[in-house]
Design a protein around this ligand. Structure first.
Ligand SMILES: [Fe+2]
Length: 343
């Protein structure tokens, strides 16, 4: 049988979708088993299939580890990797970090969807949540897991970006993180927070694609930097991600840096570059926890330094291009547009 090139491509895609559907079905059954500990209809002979397709799809960057758990990154710092899927299938991951303060209490930075195992681990660490001093949302579009986390731990103080406070009305917020120095210095010198310069933080537009900004969180005791989308680190990208230019060990800025991420002014690219340089001078971190897609344990400061060095021409060129553009405008406030979240 002779097939045209297009027919071959469509056939391959169809086969892939069928396999993906079978795998997702099995995976869902297995996940429910691990979460609830109850019976599942997944049969013994299906387990090798799960393992096979799991590793196959992980290679393609389509599925990721589905069992979030605490991973200690350094003294007093834990990171949790969790699943976040684009188009319900491509897993770009997301994360949450837990920092122990010197008074014995804990800060939770960002939230992820909880399961029984993760809740058990977090409860053990924080005396059933009683030692969670605050829960802090640091990326305007990482909001999805907050309602669920709030139900489990309603007694902590909740802080978020202005967009968190605008859109998640059912959470009793204690305050927001903004340019007011007091809001960023609550836990200094143990934990430092900074908002990048040259980019819109209060109301990033367009919501669909401008996910560049996040509050950077630095914990000197563990020499760890927690960042959501602004910086991305591909620990071990699947084939799908490699097709988009991700190599193992790649550190990069969020792709929106090329269009909406920074203000379209001549100053903005240079302001952001200089802000990053100052951060590099001030913060002596070794580990970098990024939401998408992984953790750089050790040597992180050096790779970000390299990224900055390699981006110098990009910042200058963008600044030149922006000289021809109109000044920035801030979009409408307070819109809730579902589907724009990315963690
Ligand atoms: Fe994100």
């Amino acid at each position: 049988m002779h097939l045209t090139r297009n027919a071959k491509v469509y056939t391959l895609i169809s086969i892939f979708i069928v396999i993906a559907s079978v795998y997702l079905n099995l995976h869902q059954k297995a996940a429910s088993f691990f979460v609830t500990g109850k019976d599942t209809s997944t049969k013994i002979h299906e387990k090798p299939m799960l393992s096979f397709f799991g590793s196959l799809f992980a290679k393609f960057g389509i599925m990721a580890n589905q069992s979030p758990q605490l991973r200690q990154i350094g003294p007093g710092f834990w990171n949790v990797r969790a699943s976040f899927k684009l188009f319900k299938i491509i897993d770009i991951g997301t994360h949450m970090s837990i920092i122990q303060l010197r008074n014995g209490n804990f800060l939770v930075i960002d939230t992820v969807e909880m399961n029984d195992q993760l809740k058990k681990e977090l409860d053990e660490l924080t005396s059933n949540g009683t030692k969670i001093e605050a829960v802090v949302g640091v990326h305007p579009f990482h909001t999805l897991a907050f309602p669920g986390f709030y139900k489990l731990y309603p007694n902590a103080k909740y802080f978020g970006t202005p967009r968190h406070l605008r859109n998640l009305k059912d959470i009793k917020w204690t305050g927001q993180l903004d340019d007011d120095k007091e809001s960023l210095s609550k836990w200094e010198p143990e934990v430092e927070l900074r908002i990048p310069a040259g980019a819109e933080y209060v109301n990033p537009q367009p919501e669909k694609t401008n996910h560049f900004v996040s509050v950077f969180v630095y914990h000197p005791d563990s020499k760890t930097l927690h960042v959501d989308d602004t910086l991305m680190y591909a620990e071990n990208p699947g084939i799908l991600f490699r097709l988009f230019g991700f190599k193992a060990g790649t550190t990069m800025f969020h792709p929106s840096i090329k269009d909406h991420g920074l203000y379209p002014t001549a100053e903005a690219p240079l302001q952001f570059r200089d802000w990053m340089k100052r951060l590099q001078e001030d913060w002596n971190y070794e580990n970098l926890c990024t939401a998408h897609i992984g953790v750089k344990a050790g040597g992180a400061h050096a790779v970000v330094e390299e990224l900055l060095k390699n981006s110098e021409k990009f910042f200058e060129d963008l600044s030149e291009r922006n000289k021809k553009k109109t000044p920035p405008t801030v979009g409408k406030q307070g819109e809730w547009i579902s589907g724009n979240e990315c963690g």
